[in-house]
Design a protein around this ligand. Structure first.
Ligand code: AMP
Length: 210
């Protein structure tokens, strides 16, 4: 199973990817998480990417495409994977095609901008394993610690009102055109991302297995 999660920041891609990843036993590959790791480790890629992430802009295509190429070459991707946050531009989608990657389904999670803002402001992320939570809609059973690994939960630096606005603008102008791109290929499954985590995952699973 090779899946792409599409949708605005905060649509629930990461949360649903986590559930699907557990169900199918395949890894989730989040370019955002890889880039945040590179920034934390102060690698050359991390240093170059930080300026874009901080402004809520996209990291240049060539940088992200190289990251994905390297990651998809790893052994754990042999039986499938879930791409969370890649591709985000038509150029990236075409690069994926050029790598010979055949995607089974593209799950597009649709959420209104107003709800996105509320979700991102309440989002928390594990500082160690990257699992995501929401203070109201999807709280950790361990309070301020991660249910999975016990590390501290934190707010992402780019989940502040100003950066959220530019990330949404970037989504509408650069990423949304991918919906038509994959619709034309015939492997798009559209689901509403407005509801509880459980409701959405039930609808998502039905859409994927249809
Ligand atoms: P995410 O964790 O998916 O919300 O990504 C956080 C940030 O990482 C984005 O706002 C971008 O700056 C950068 N990023 C993640 N994935 C990509 C991508 N596929 N193309 C360009 N920039 C990306």
């Amino acid at each position: 199973m090779k899946l792409i999660m599409l949708g605005a920041p905060g649509a629930g891609k990461g949360t649903q990817a986590q559930i699907l990843s557990d169900k199918y036993g395949i890894p989730t590959i989040s370019t955002g998480a890889i880039i945040r790791g590179a920034i934390k480790n102060e690698t050359p890629t991390g240093k170059a990417a930080k300026i874009y992430i901080d402004r809520g802009e996209l990291v240049p295509d060539d940088v992200v495409i190289d990251i994905i190429k390297e990651r998809l070459d790893e052994d754990d991707c042999k039986n499938g994977f879930i791409l969370d946050g890649f591709p985000r531009t038509i150029t990236q989608a075409k690069a994926l095609d050029a790598m010979g990657v055949e995607i089974d389904k593209v799950l597009d999670i649709e959420v209104d901008d107003g709800l996105i803002i509320e979700r991102l402001s309440g989002r928390r992320e594990c500082s160690s394993c990257g699992a995501t939570y929401h203070i109201k809609n999807n709280p950790s059973q361990k309070g301020e610690d991660c249910e999975r690994c016990g590390a501290k939960l934190v707010s992402r630096a780019d989940d502040n009102p100003e950066t959220i606005k530019s990330r949404l603008d970037v989504y509408h102008s650069q990423t949304e055109p991918l919906i038509a791109f994959y619709k034309e290929k015939g492997n798009l499954a559209e689901v509403s991302g407005e509801g509880t985590v459980e409701q959405i995952s039930e609808i998502a699973l039905k859409a994927l297995e249809a």
